[in-house]
Every structure is written in structure tokens, then in C-alpha cells.
Design a protein around this ligand. Structure first.
Ligand SMILES: NC(=O)C1=CN([C@@H]2O[C@H](COP(=O)(O)OP(=O)(O)OC[C@H]3O[C@@H](n4cnc5c(N)ncnc54)[C@H](OP(=O)(O)O)[C@@H]3O)[C@@H](O)[C@H]2O)C=CC1
Ligand SMILES: Nc1nc(=O)c2c([nH]1)NC[C@@H]1CN(c3ccc(C(=O)N[C@@H](CCC(=O)O)C(=O)O)cc3)C=[N+]21
Ligand SMILES: [Mg+2]
Length: 281
């Protein structure tokens, strides 16, 4: 068996074309959507991601500002910057690139962003709305994963989804979104016993741990849908948390890294920004 590729890059491109015309219409009739990205420090991976977000905004016609801060910035100064953007009428979305330096509270920063400009979907109010199924900004990576499954017409309702990883930005919310779509959800993490027995029971397996090639063919049920969220650099090359070559022989569908979930994350950020602009007019 050879898995069908879930091509995130292609779907991301298609969605960005649609967004581009939505942005044109908004700009013409109301106002150009705007995104502010705050980057603290000079971590090379973060710098690269932020650059791709900016490039994507530019291509879609979204106004974007990058606010670069030294990694010695105080929490107070960073919060004051967020206050300023909360008030700025040109800005519909605010994103603080994570991780941030340890002397600044991540929770304080996330909670300072006005929930109506929280295009990452990380604010507790928006997380609460996601849990109760109210309309809100959905976290970009989980949102992108669900969009990819829907595009491929993969049935979610009634399926057993196993999530490996329970971070606030990926694992927990992706499980919640799949639950909202009526999947039966199991979470696995670093304290899970017999993890590889669990993953073998998944109809839909989502892996987000940051361990290169952790999930192997023997951990996957034949015919399962496998979504690899992991981004790892090994000898200067990108790879996921799933052993692509092995798993593609047992899975029915599989995301590549790069070109899978990553480009969808950025596209859903653009979507959330446009959604925010629309609500503001
Ligand atoms: N493609 C994309 O758009 C995105 C990709 N990523 C990538 O996804 C990966 C995960 O990111 P993120 O969620 O932020 O990571 P975190 O480091 O915040 O969380 C990792 C999670 O994986 C669990 N874990 C770690 N090692 C193991 C193990 N050996 N067995 C079982 N569980 C384990 C941890 O368990 P515990 O809670 O018990 O510690 C934790 O829940 C990274 O590679 C990251 O780069 C992240 C965001 C977006
Ligand atoms: N506030 C905040 N919001 C985030 O959404 C956020 C964050 N902080 N911190 C870091 C993680 C990681 N993340 C990625 C986005 C795009 C790709 C992506 O485009 N990946 C490409 C490859 C990129 C490359 O070549 O390095 C791909 O998979 O094809 C990856 C990872 C968003 N994150
Ligand atoms: Mg994390």
C-alpha cells in the first residue's frame, strides 16, 4: 500500500488565491486587513517563520508590520507594545512569535492580546469558545489540520483519533477540534504507557512532539490517516515526527514535511486575520 499524499502546500496555495480576492474586496469597500507580528530576539527558526508569515501577507494583500524587540526587553515593555497594537485601528491581528525569553510570562503576554485580535487563537477566552463550539478564532495549526482532512474528504465522525503531544498550541486544541467533529479522541504524551499500542489503534493519527521519525510503520494501523505536525532539523534537513518512507507503506493518507501542515498553519493565520477585519468593519 502506498499512502495518498495530503498536500498542504497545494491546498494552502488554493486557499491563498481565494483569500487574495476577499482581501481585495475588503480593501476596496472598507479597509485593508492588517497583521502585527512581534518577534523577540533573533532565534533563526523564529526569524524564518516570521519572514514566511510576512511574505504570505504581502502576497495576499494584507498589510503587515514586524515589530522586532531585543531579547532583553522587559515584560512591562512588551505588554505596553501589545496595548498599543490593541488600540491601533489598522491592526486586526496580533501575533507574538513563541517561544519568548524565559524572564517574560508567556501566559501574561497571551492574555494581554485583545481576544478580538487574537488571530493565533491562544487567549483563554477563545480557547473556551472553541471548547464550547462557539464561533471564534481557531488555533492555526489545528485549524489547518482539520481543513486538510476535510479537503481530502476524510470522514472524522465516529473515527478514533489518537493525538501524540498535548501542548497548548497544537496537541490539546487539535484533539478538541476533532472532538467537535465527533471523533473519539485519545491523547498520548511523555507519561503515556504503551504509547505504541495506542497509536496502532488510531484511524486518524496526529503526531506533534518534536522527535524526528518517532512514529514508525509498526506503530500505525494499516489504512490509517497520518498527520505529521513535527518540524525537526536533522543535519540541516527538515523532517517530521513520522518516518515518512516507512509509514507511507501502511497509511492510507500521509502529510509530508515540509509541504504538509506548515504551509496550512500560515494560511489559517491569514484567514483569521481576514475574518477579524471583516468583523471590525
Ligand atoms: N507545522 C506546524 O505548523 C507546526 C509545527 N510545530 C512542531 O510540532 C512539534 C510539536 O510542537 P509543540 O506542540 O509546540 O511542542 P511542545 O514541546 O510544546 O510539546 C511537545 C509535546 O510532545 C510530548 N512528547 C515529547 N516527547 C515525547 C515522547 N517521546 N513520547 C510521547 N510524547 C512526547 C510532550 O509531552 P509532555 O506534555 O508530557 O511533556 C508534549 O506534550 C515540534 O516539532 C514543532 O516544531 C509546532 C507548531 C506548528
Ligand atoms: N505565536 C505563534 N504562532 C504560531 O503559529 C507559531 C509560533 N508562535 N511559534 C512557532 C510555531 C511553528 N509554526 C510554524 C509555522 C509554519 C511552518 C512552515 O511553514 N513550515 C514549512 C517549512 C518551513 C521551513 O522551511 O523551515 C513546511 O512545513 O513546509 C512551520 C512551523 C508556527 N508557530
Ligand atoms: Mg511549545
Amino acid at each position: 500500500m502506498t499512502a495518498k499524499l495530503l498536500n498542504g502546500k497545494e491546498l494552502a496555495q488554493k486557499k491563498r488565491e481565494q483569500l487574495k480576492s476577499d482581501v481585495e474586496a475588503l480593501t476596496e469597500h472598507h479597509r485593508q486587513p492588517g497583521l502585527a507580528v512581534i518577534l523577540v530576539g533573533e532565534d533563526p527558526a523564529s526569524t524564518t517563520y516570521v519572514r514566511s508569515k510576512q511574505k504570505a501577507c504581502e502576497q495576499a494583500g494584507i498589510y503587515s508590520v514586524l515589530i522586532k524587540k531585543d531579547d532583553t526587553i522587559s515584560e512591562e515593555e512588551l505588554l505596553a507594545e501589545i496595548d498599543r497594537l490593541n488600540e491601533d485601528p489598522k491592526i486586526d491581528g496580533i501575533l507574538v512569535q513563541l517561544p519568548i525569553p524565559k524572564h517574560i510570562s508567556e501566559q501574561a503576554v497571551i492574555e494581554r492580546i485583545h481576544p478580538d485580535k487574537d488571530v493565533d487563537g491562544f487567549h483563554p477566552i477563545n480557547i473556551g469558545k472553541m471548547m464550547t463550539g462557539e464561533e471564534t478564532f481557531l488555533p492555526c495549526t489545528p485549524y489547518g489540520v482539520v481543513e486538510m482532512l476535510k479537503e481530502a474528504k476524510i470522514e472524522i465522525a465516529g473515527k478514533h483519533a489518537v493525538i501524540v503531544g498535548r501542548s497548548n498550541i497544537v496537541g490539546k486544541p487539535v484533539g478538541q477540534l476533532l472532538l467537535n467533529e465527533n471523533a473519539t479522541v485519545t491523547y498520548c504524551h511523555s507519561r503515556t504507557k504503551n504509547l505504541r499500542e495506542m497509536t496502532k489503534q488510531a484511524d486518524i493519527l496526529i503526531v506533534a512532539i518534536g522527535r524526528p521519525n518517532f512514529i514508525e510503520a509498526a506503530d500505525v494501523k494499516p489504512g490509517a490517516v497520518v498527520v505529521d505536525v513535527g518540524i525537526n532539523r536533522v543535519d540541516g534537513k527538515l523532517c517530521g515526527d513520522v518516518d515518512f518512507e516507512g509509514v507511507k507503506e501502511v497509511a492510507s493518507h500521509l502529510t509530508p514535511v515540509p509541504g504538509g501542515v506548515g504551509p496550512m498553519t500560515i494560511t489559517m493565520l491569514l484567514e483569521n486575520t481576514v475574518q477579524s477585519a471583516r468583523k471590525r468593519v
